[in-house]
Write a protein that binds this ligand. Sequence first.
Ligand code: SAM
Ligand code: SF4
Length: 440
Amino acid sequence: MSDRKKLFIKTYGCQMNVYDSERMAETLGGSGYDTTEDAASADMILLNTCHIREKAAEKIYSELGRLKVHKDANPNLKIAVAGCVAQAEGEEIVRRQPAVDLVVGPQSYHRLPEMEEKIREGKRALDTDFPEEDKFEHMPKRPKAARGPTAFLTVQEGCDKFCAFCVVPYTRGAEVSRPVDRILTEARDLVERGVREITLLGQNVNAYHGQGPNGDMTLDQLIWALNDVDGLERIRFTTSHPNDMTDALIAAHGECEKLMPYLHLPVQSGSDKILKRMNRNHTAESYLKVIERIRAARPDILLSGDFIVGFPEETEADFEATMELVRQVRYGQAYSFKYSSRPGTPAAERPLVDQAEADDRLQRLQGLLSSQQYEIQDEMVGKEVSVLFEREGRLEGQMVGKSEYLHAVHVTAPNAKRGDIARVKITNTERNSLGGTLLT
Ligand code: SAM
Ligand code: SF4
């Protein structure tokens, strides 16, 4: 009988957590764990958490309350908390929830094997340091098993921008970029295992400046190096700051064949007063100029963004400036949030705006953003796109994949398989996807 144990990971928050969860699963693989989709049969349940908004952090405490019941029924179950809540509230978690065995911050995942040994001996383990060594360096190489056609690859972590509302600089620490050779090795390895599209990840990915063979390389240079990887067909990156959209990166959008015409470029607000109070270091106009340059380089690019409404001191006029900026840009996709006060950030000191007003603004903004999304989806009808098939659809012979613009597309393609890229003519739109027919 195998003495391998079962690990269930629940991932909250951003794509960087998705990537980290994969790497933690690989690391714990060396300590005798295989992943399972079934929490009830797990020997260890690991929550990879998000601290970006209050609701996200609160969820973790209620989930831990539920897990305590599991553990009462099965005292051998180990409960672990990773991610940004672990980093920000590690000691508080240990104090408040005795069922938790292990708490690990995002910079210490390479220490999981030692920590796992400790909890096996019945002790509790807490590590929320920002160690000098690079965690990815000390994590096991990715195993050679085949995988799906798309993958995330973290190239940069942390942030030095200190927007007044944001916990990232405190939970993920200062900006660090991984060296180019490690990224290329990991990318080639992913391609060997079936990956055709890689999304480069970083909290501030376009500030990337990793060590290359002849000094530091910037994100555009890294993208060009990846463009030469045989078998890799598509490159994306997220998330970017408007101030780090350099001329060379913008030019790459026009010239680099494998770089997809999609850009997530958060602006947060369209009011210069609020942008200043947010410490964003850009104005609405400078953001619009960046957008203009990107569209000049790649006219068909699909733009996405992040918005916060109800930031302290936001008036109706400030909110209207955000609506106006959205009307000018026309986003194909977007994320919008009501401001959430985060302890320890500068904005947390300031009084909240009326919450009913903030809810109303969020609804109005989301209404506008959705109408733009649907208009842009409608405009795709009749156009030809390339679709990378990711999985089988629900209907007989149907495949589902993403276009270069990151739209989900359903196509009848009985002879296609995952990883194929096909030319498709868009015929119809659904709420959050498109339908099309194969072109031969
Ligand atoms: N680095 C990216 C940038 O510069 O915009 C974003 C990183 S953050 C993980 C993702 C998004 O969460 C932000 O763009 C912002 O819109 C939102 N966010 C961050 N802190 C927030 C807060 N305190 N309240 C509401 N939304 C917040
Ligand atoms: Fe947070 Fe992004 Fe601002 Fe950095 S740039 S502080 S990650 S919102």
